[in-house]
Design a protein around this ligand. Structure first.
Ligand code: F6R
Length: 234
């Protein structure tokens, strides 16, 4: 794994954008995207750049089950607010959280991923090492699935909702196996709360206990992290 240490989230966004730009110049056409706070500075770099994404495709990692795309807490909405309204892509895919039929929704998404192989995947990481919504215990070779969110993830996400009881308990998430098929991966992590997860990802064994540790087996992963997130590395 390559590790780039940055001063703050602003610099992280700039470093990630540089790598993304080079990848696009080298022919990348499909970006795998994440929501959450970690990629926001990267999305700001994208929206303020002169890059044109209208010939490109984006495939997002996950969506809450039970939220319609126009729900302000949905990941569809987040992506429009932070990126797509300002920089439209030719096609932008996010799992259909409004489809209660998990089998149909996840199969449809796997087909989308198969038809649009991801050139560059952007990831954040949960405090417990989750990537996408693949919580500890998730199969390291999994495809898109309906997943239950752990208490720690629900607690971390409460900040986006009025009340903890409003936080959805399930999500549709790309599996770790699908994430691993991306040609290149950039993982962004900032702050002390991520230090244990980053240490387990880089220095720990490859184990379902820390889903991001699977990235040790990927040939092209770059971690962009600040000093606090790097503080427990060996
Ligand atoms: C979001 C996602 C999650 C987040 C992770 C970190 O699409 O897949 O794995 O990347 O929960 O979230 P932040 O960046 O808010 O700390």
């Amino acid at each position: 794994m390559n590790i780039i240490k940055v001063k703050d989230t602003e610099m992280g966004g700039k470093e990630a954008f540089k790598l993304m730009k080079a990848d696009i110049e080298n022919g990348a056409k499909v970006l795998g995207l994440a929501t959450g706070s970690s990629p926001i500075t990267l999305y700001n770099e994208m929206t303020s750049s002169d890059l044109d994404f209208s010939n490109m495709t984006s495939v997002n990692l996950d969506e809450y089950v039970g939220l319609k795309p126009d729900n302000e807490q949905s990941y569809h909405y987040f992506m429009k607010e932070h990126l797509f309204n300002k920089k439209p892509f030719k096609n932008s895919y996010v799992p259909d959280g409004s489809n209660p039929d998990a089998e149909a929704a996840t199969k449809a998404y796997d087909k989308i991923i198969e038809e649009n192989p991801i050139d560059l995947q952007i990831l954040g990481i949960g405090r417990n090492g989750h990537i996408g919504f693949n919580e500890p215990g998730s199969p390291l070779d999994g495809t898109t699935r309906k997943v239950g969110l752990t208490e720690s993830t629900i607690e971390a996400n409460t900040r986006f909702f009025e009340d903890e009881k409003d936080v959805p308990r399930f999500a549709y998430s790309m599996g770790i196996g699908s994430i691993m098929k991306a040609k290149k991966i950039i993982l962004l992590a900032y702050g002390e709360a991520k230090a244990d997860a980053i240490a387990a990802t880089v220095d720990g064994p490859v184990t379902e206990d820390c889903p991001a540790s699977a990235l040790q087996n990927h040939p092209d992963v770059t971690l962009i992290i600040d000093e606090a997130a790097a503080s427990k590395l060996k």
